[in-house]
Design a protein around this ligand. Structure first.
Ligand code: FES
Ligand SMILES: [Fe+2]
Length: 412
């Protein structure tokens, strides 16, 4: 993000905090609860947003070098992603061309040959079938016609995209729209994968998504967790076609405002979250990124899985390696202690503590509570306030993509 934009966003957040005002969408909207429970809608979403729409599956360093591979099993189409010997990102249906078994079952690693566990048909990381055991017993096969089914891919701005349908168009510029140059500036391709975690809970995938849609709840629901390190009720919000940028201040902004503006960096005083349609949030902290990918359950509208991957900058990794045990590090015990946070290095353990104690046990627990309370159909709709513009945008975007009318304004 350009420095002038960073200063503008931080100034706006400081203004909101000082004037005790929040972002204002201007209207309250009504959202029918059926969008979280209806099986027909869930089937449409699964088809249009997950089976027939490009999927962001990671950052470039999820495949750090030639020979790296990654398997993805989140949206009904098992994927084997590779970086081939020329460094090219490729993706294949993870299904053997003999009898359809997954040729790779590990989540990630380094391998240039994939031997199917069933009868050991073997493929290279370009998807070519290179060996069939007892070929004379099996019968004549033209190996050149039995390679893994290849899927369209694109690696751009440090993001890895796969289209789940062979031969489909994958136009990342179209997907990112006006956000592409800003994302390019962050240089996501430099970020190193350091760990991951999964949340599998009983809430619709859009309820999981909605937890990323406002800061109104920070000091209520999160008063003992992230409410201690973030300011709630303040938000810089901008939408970019189907995507958005959502920036909210942490207590670091108290120090930032004392510094000369030339030195201001948005991630020193705030968290920046990019929402990328339909199911991805890229959360940027100071030298670290958490990538959230939220998936519906294919058969149950009341369940979803969120995959969270953590990435650290080179600088952060170097600092951790060089300083040994002398440098303060965040831990699950001190991650919500503002004094301990200054100058401390993030760790995967501390990140995971936030994911579990704030997101799973607080945010998603609210979504699960909503889910179980609305499945009876008695609560017709819920409402999204003027201070919740991201919720307006998410839902109107989902609806527009499925040719549904926009949400109605609430008139009290
Ligand atoms: S199913 Fe893969 S080798 Fe037979
Ligand atoms: Fe939250």
């Amino acid at each position: 993000m350009e420095h002038s934009k960073q200063v503008k966003i931080l100034s706006e957040l400081i203004r909101q905090l000082d004037e005790k005002v929040n972002v204002d969408a201007g209207v309250i909207l009504q959202n029918p609860t059926s969008v979280y429970t209806c099986s027909d809608l869930a089937n449409k979403e699964w088809e249009d947003f997950f089976q027939n729409h490009p999927q962001l599956v990671g950052l470039s360093k999820d495949l750090p070098e030639p020979g790296s591979f990654l398997t993805i099993d989140d949206f009904g189409i098992p994927i084997l992603a590779t970086r081939d010997s020329e460094g090219r990102f490729r993706a294949f249906l993870n299904a053997c061309r003999h009898r359809g078994v997954r040729v790779e079952t590990e989540l990630r690693g380094k391998r240039s040959r994939f031997a199917c566990p069933f009868h050991k048909w073997t493929y290279d990381n370009c998807g070519s079938l290179i060996a069939i055991p007892q070929e004379d017993h099996f019968g004549a096969i033209d190996k050149s016609c039995r390679g893994l089914v290849e899927l369209p891919t694109c690696e751009k701005y440090g993001l890895l995209w796969v289209h789940p349908q062979p031969g489909s168009d994958l136009d990342v510029e179209m997907l990112l729209g006006d956000l592409s140059s800003e994302l390019e500036n962050w240089k996501f391709e430099r970020m190193n994968y350091v760990g991951e975690t999964t949340i599998d809970m009983r809430l619709n995938w859009k309820l999981a998504n909605d937890t990323f849609g406002e800061t109104y709840h920070f000091h209520k629901l999160h008063k003992d967790t992230v409410g201690r390190i973030f300011y709630g009720d303040a938000l810089s919000y901008e939408s970019f076609q189907r995507n958005h940028r959502f920036v909210f201040p942490n207590r670091g902004i108290d120090r930032v405002r004392e510094q000369p503006r030339d030195e201001w960096r948005v991630t020193h005083g705030a968290v920046v979250i990019y929402y990328l349609f339909p199911n991805v949030h890229v959360a940027l902290g100071r030298g670290n990124i958490n990538l959230f990918r939220i998936y519906p359950h294919p058969k149950n509208p009341g369940r979803s899985v969120t995959q969270i991957s953590h990435y650290f900058s080179d600088k952060l990794l170097e600092a951790k390696n060089q300083e040994g045990d002398d440098v303060p590090k965040l831990s699950p015990e001190n991650v919500y202690d503002m004094d301990a946070r200054y100058g401390a290095l993030p760790t995967v353990e501390a990140q995971n503590e936030v994911i579990m104690s704030t997101i799973a046990q607080e945010d998603y627990a609210m979504g699960a509570s909503t889910q179980s309370a609305i499945e009876n159909g008695l609560l017709d709709h819920v409402i999204f306030g003027r201070n919740e513009p991201a919720l307006h945008h998410f839902h109107n975007t989902f609806r527009a993509a499925l040719d549904m009318p926009r949400l109605q304004e609430y008139v009290g």
